[in-house]
Write a protein that binds this ligand. Sequence first.
Ligand SMILES: Cc1cc2nc3c(=O)[nH]c(=O)nc-3n(C[C@H](O)[C@H](O)[C@H](O)COP(=O)(O)OP(=O)(O)OC[C@H]3O[C@@H](n4cnc5c(N)ncnc54)[C@H](O)[C@@H]3O)c2cc1C
Length: 665
Amino acid sequence: MAEREQVSAPTTDTPEDPIPEMSAAEVTAQLRTVLDGRWAATRDVVRDQIQAAGLVPKSGVSIPDYRANMLDAMHAMIPLGFPADGFATTHGGTGDVGAAVTAIEELGYGDLSLMVKAGVQWGLFGGAVENLGTERHHEKYVRGLIDLDVLGCFAMTETGHGSNVQALETTATYLPESGEFEINSPTPSSRKDFIGGAAQHARYASVFAQLITAGPGEEPTGHGVHCFVVPIRDADGNDLPGVTTSDCGLKGGLPGVDNGRIVFDHVRIPREDLLNRYGDVAADGTYSSPIESLNRRFFTMLGTLIRGRVTVGAAAGAAGRLGLALAVKYALVRRQFAAPDSEEELVLLDYRTHQRRLLPLVARAYAFAVAQNEVVAELHELQSGDPADADPDEVRKLEVKAAAIKAGHTELASRAISEAREACGGAGYLDENRLPLLRGDIDVFTTFEGDNLILRQLVAKQLLTAYAGDISDLDAVGWIRFVASTVKDIALEKTAARQVVQTLLDDSDEDPENSDLTHPGTQLRLLRNREDHLLRTAANRMRRAQDDDADAQEVFTATQDHLIKVGDAHIERVVLESLVDVIGTVTDKQTRTLLKRVRDLFVYSLVEDDLGWYLMHRHVSVERAKAVRRGVNDLCGTLRPHAEQLVDAFGVPDVALDVPMIRHG
Ligand SMILES: Cc1cc2nc3c(=O)[nH]c(=O)nc-3n(C[C@H](O)[C@H](O)[C@H](O)COP(=O)(O)OP(=O)(O)OC[C@H]3O[C@@H](n4cnc5c(N)ncnc54)[C@H](O)[C@@H]3O)c2cc1C
């Protein structure tokens, strides 16, 4: 028999088996090892830097000073080594992709302005050069961009198009007579917008534009979006001829990031500055690409840039954990109202409502942190090898997982920080206690590097077509017709990808009424069955698109809310599977027991949040629904004595938690 739970069912129906005694320091150290994962040493280097340099968000600093401070802080990171980690050894880096992502994640415990600026320079601009460029670009730019001699920005979004990158309007027209590309912004809506670094510091931009060229005797033809390295400023910071930059101005957060706009007026760059790994133009204007299909080429190029998306999810997770650590620590010192028979007021965390506000979010933070670590490790493996050797199926699966975890983790962070702010009452609203600044900074993480709704939709679309490779040529209408034609085959894979998950499923009782709710197999089954149900019913609704009189776009729009729910269900299921997997590797019994209770609270609170759906579709009975609700309460009580250890294990540097509301209570 596979792992049977040794400890408590948190419902009142079964006896409580207390978590064994252990010292707070031991608990913290063990849990931290689990959370820190493979790149623990990198995390420590960045934590030390945050601590030593006091890298925490500050209010009352002028925008110019804030921006300058962030650039200085980036310079101070070069000797730490991780800026070079994201680049291949043959290009002047160290080739440790996982360390590069983890280092920037860890900045989420410090200042998110710094995280974003560093992410733009080394992750996005650097990532475009590294992954879309070839030898000549690596030689020309990589060393300089690691050392900040080449300051860059990532100019994808336009005023008219953010989520729909394929519809960008900036053009890059090849001129065979001079051997140059002409970069142009033909319409007001083609202006590059929101670009981090474009307002002030960037000297170069990786510009995404529609490539237009003609071979000898051909008419000029568009070959889709490609990326070009375009110098935008001179050494003194002045716009180069034909380039007009401007500042996006005050924002809701991230004061240290100089977001700006760029307009190109027939700017010429050499042919060689097309990042030509996936598409090239010969001197005579002939276009060539190893990928024939325009759509597939586009998605392959974007796929190589998932590192940015992974990093944003990871850093948001760190910021969310920081918010929760601040709120839990405050709740352990702040007293309000005495019990009738007592002189002393209760600390906030002794109230069940307060436990319910914070502890389920702490449990989710654990679950997402380990799922995030897994995505980082998978990205590391994929990007450490030769891209030509990568299995396209594996690449597609990682893209979907990265989208899922980014959407789920940034959403959790936003929610956790908002809840943390409110849970700290008036003190939570003061800048000196960090939460309002953190809330302003985290807000946009649900939007950039892929709007979360679009990402959840992407996840659902891939599931509905079972990651079929041949759908990348289909537009929305073609896609829905494809789904409609395969609808009878659509279901979640019967066999779980992970052996440990399959064993637990096999070992658990299928009876939805009497199975043990604390058994991980039952928990996995609850989330898997919901996802499977949603997937099948979404596909069924799309079947209508096959009718002769059906408007496929209308069918798609009518089903969209259902698709988003498929995405959500998938995110929660894959996160639970990661957590179950990681708990299975923990050898220390006490740590494992505590993590199991964290897992229980994660699952119970997810089910409770969607209890309406579970009841409506008869995946739980009314009795079981009541047991879930009781279970959340009981688990909050069980974890309450461990709350401080749970958040200490996040490893937030002391300087980030050193705020007046916690210092003085
Ligand atoms: C602070 C900041 C920094 C940024 N940095 C950069 C950068 O460095 N480089 C860069 O290239 N970009 C950057 N961006 C741009 C960012 O990536 C885009 O804002 C993002 O991709 C969303 O695009 P959008 O703003 O055009 O929103 P839209 O795509 O217009 O979305 C607006 C709303 O409509 C919804 N929506 C869109 N399409 C659909 C649909 N099909 N169905 C249903 N709902 C839909 C979305 O969910 C969203 O709520 C930055 C943005 C900000 C705010």
